[in-house]
Design a protein around this ligand. Structure first.
Ligand SMILES: [Zn+2]
Ligand SMILES: [Zn+2]
Length: 331
């Protein structure tokens, strides 16, 4: 089989070519697989002509951003599909609602493509599942040894403490988080640990409603509803807003804090809660999959840092996926 980066992750065996999370519309392949609904992964919903597969959750989340599900088929968790002599099976990737990693079986060997992944036990999503494989294609967003996240319950406690302190100072705490994934985790943290009402920005609300449709309970008040003014003026709420919206620039009564793995790099008012695996968890995941070759992807300069570390510590051949076209045949 051949594996390469071509505006997406291409896997080819015999005459069958499939692409994972393509970023361009110019595609010539048998089928496209979409790991999850974050915009940098779900471009393919805009491609009309090629058959597309993802979880149903991913499609519903992507349609919030105007995606159309033409030529799309739902792929239920752990159910294989067969395309000529390839077999593709989705497993949970632990990242956001509906996110998949894909196991590909070909006559030349097996591949696991992680998409974005998280191995920690979270409040909502089941962790990524290690799958034994010949070639592992792994994301390296936090693929550098300085990314070690503190335990989630410690981060959660510091978020609650900061919110209560901010309210006592007469201000409103605003958590800026990815509207899909971290925002729902923040809502759950406050639901589980406090009686504070959570006010949710409309962009977050739209996504949380889909989580709820799949049975994930959350309590929040949408920012557009009538009770919100009272909650705010009584200093009796926390706000969850999209990452790129800074309410504190509109009014001095708001104090915002960023919720993201990148928070490790900032000091003030930020919390390192992430829906990605940190460095030790990436390394552990590679060990658990026990591959013969590891291709790193989606981490910019961390692709080569992670690959070098895998070669040194785990003695497994590894390099960034976009370095060369990889040909692989199981011995
Ligand atoms: Zn993502
Ligand atoms: Zn991503």
């Amino acid at each position: 089989m051949r594996i390469r980066w071509e505006d997406g992750v291409v896997v080819e065996a015999e005459e069958t070519k499939i692409v994972f999370d393509p970023q361009s519309k110019r595609l010539n392949c048998k089928a496209v697989f979409i790991t999850h609904a974050h915009v940098d992964h779900s471009h393919a919903f805009k491609i009309k002509h090629t058959p597309k597969f993802s979880s149903e959750e991913t499609m519903r989340l992507a349609t919030i951003n105007g995606a159309e599900a033409s030529n799309w088929q739902p792929l239920p968790l752990n159910e294989k599909i067969v395309l000529n002599d390839m077999e593709i099976k989705p497993h949970s990737s632990g990242h956001v609602l509906g996110s998949y990693e894909f196991e590909v079986s070909t006559p030349d060997g097996t591949v696991l493509f992680t998409g974005d992944m998280n191995t920690r036990e979270f409040r909502i999503i089941k962790p990524a599942e290690p799958v034994s494989c010949d070639v592992l294609i792994i994301e390296s967003t936090f693929g550098s040894p300085d990314f070690i996240f503190p335990p989630d319950d410690i981060v959660a406690k510091s978020m609650v403490d900061w919110a209560i302190r901010t309210l006592r100072e007469g201000k409103i705490p605003v958590f800026r988080a990815d509207s899909l994934g971290n925002a729902q985790e923040v809502i759950r943290i406050f639901n589980e640990n406090t009686d504070l009402p959570v006010v949710s920005h409309s962009r977050v609300t739209k996504i949380s409603r889909i989580y709820e449709a799949y049975g994930y309970k959350m309590e929040y008040v949408d920012m557009g509803s009538r009770d919100v003014d009272d909650l705010i003026s009584n200093r009796n709420a926390v706000i969850v807003a999209p990452k790129n919206l800074d309410l504190s620039s509109y009014s001095p009564e708001y104090v915002s804090a960023l919720v993201s793995g990148w928070a490790l790099k900032f000091k003030r008012n930020s919390f390192p809660l992430s829906d990605h695996a940190d460095f030790p968890n990436l390394i552990r995941f590679v060990g658990d999959c026990n591959p013969k070759l590891v291709l790193t992807y989606h981490g910019g300069r961390f692709n080569s840092i992670l690959a070098k570390y895998i070669e040194k510590k785990l003695k497994i051949r590894s390099y960034p996926i976009d370095l060369i076209t990889t040909s692989f045949r199981r011995q």
